[in-house]
Write a protein that binds this ligand. Structure first.
Ligand code: PAF
Length: 281
């Protein structure tokens, strides 16, 4: 497996792969890989001839006071794991390589980025759509793989690909969870042992919501109230948002109907975790 840090070298490798008629699968990441990422990589390998994974902690998608500096980084560990998962090349550019002095072009989706994480983290999705567009242009994948844990990100990127007629397909794979239900995330590494326990509240409250819905509850306000009640019992937990919105447009609804997303962001101590559940009624 190769590790490439220059855009020019990555583009010339992509040209070579394409000239052999091979398909390219792409898994963009910020590194500190976990089973969620590795599942995306294995699936990419099953579906495409050649797999590129990027590892780039993108400063553009972090707000002031967020964890850009502390975000865990370990390229040595990540390369071993990615190679075992079947990745052919890791693209790991520096910030200077991606955003050289004078960089001034951005990509922005304007309809579904003003809610959920977009509301709590202004500018976050502009950073995501900009870096992912750059990565797509460099890697030119046929298929790109993302995890359902970042539900809004996947919806925004699908919209971007459609709106801008990008020449690839986005595939979204289910959230990978620890045995006790915690959604895998590189940020779980920030949690101490009591926080790790409290972090289970996210998946527990989603399971509780699922049970309520299976028992016939359709009132969005009641489901949100029950989730708030469960989470706020824990003194380590502070809710950023709990929302139930229609899919795929992320519109507010009073009653569940068709496809909806129950999405939440909760601070456990200083660590902001997200999780979600898609419900069909
Ligand atoms: O989901 C992530 O890890 C990041 O938002 C992404 C898609 C790699 C863009 O930096």
């Amino acid at each position: 497996m190769q590790i490439i840090d220059s855009i020019q070298a990555m583009k010339s490798l992509v040209r070579e792969v394409r000239s052999k008629g091979q398909t390219i699968g792409f898994v963009p990441t910020m590194g500190y890989l976990h089973q969620g990422h590795l599942t995306l990589m294995r699936t990419a390998k099953e579906k495409c001839n050649f797999v590129v994974a990027s590892i780039f902690v993108n400063p553009l998608q972090f707000g002031v006071g967020e964890d850009f500096e502390e975000y865990p980084r370990d390229l040595g560990r990540d390369s071993k794991l990615a190679e075992e998962a079947g990745v052919d090349v890791i693209f790991a550019p520096t910030v200077k390589e991606m955003y050289p002095k004078g960089y001034s072009t951005f990509v922005e989706e304007e309809r579904i980025t003003d809610k959920l994480c977009g509301e709590s983290r202004p500018g976050h999705f502009k950073g995501v759509t900009t870096v992912v567009t750059k990565l797509f242009n460099i890697v030119q994948p046929d298929l790109a793989f993302f995890g359902q844990k970042d539900a809004q990100q996947s919806l925004v990127l699908k919209k971007m690909v459609k709106d801008l007629n990008m020449n690839l397909e986005i595939q979204v794979l289910p959230t990978v969870r620890e045995e006790d239900g915690l959604a895998m995330s590189s940020r779980n590494s920030y949690l101490n042992s009591s926080e790790r326990q409290s972090a289970l509240l996210l998946s527990k409250s989603l399971n509780m919501a699922q049970n309520l819905i299976e028992a016939g509850e359709r009132r969005v306000a009641e489901i949100k109230k029950a989730i708030h009640k469960l989470i706020t019992q824990d003194t380590l937990a502070r809710i950023d948002y709990v929302e139930i919105l229609s899919l795929p447009d992320l519109e507010e609804v009073e009653f569940l109907e068709g496809s909806s997303l129950i999405a939440m962001a909760v601070f456990i101590g200083n660590t902001r975790l997200i999780d979600n559940l898609v419900v069909e009624v």
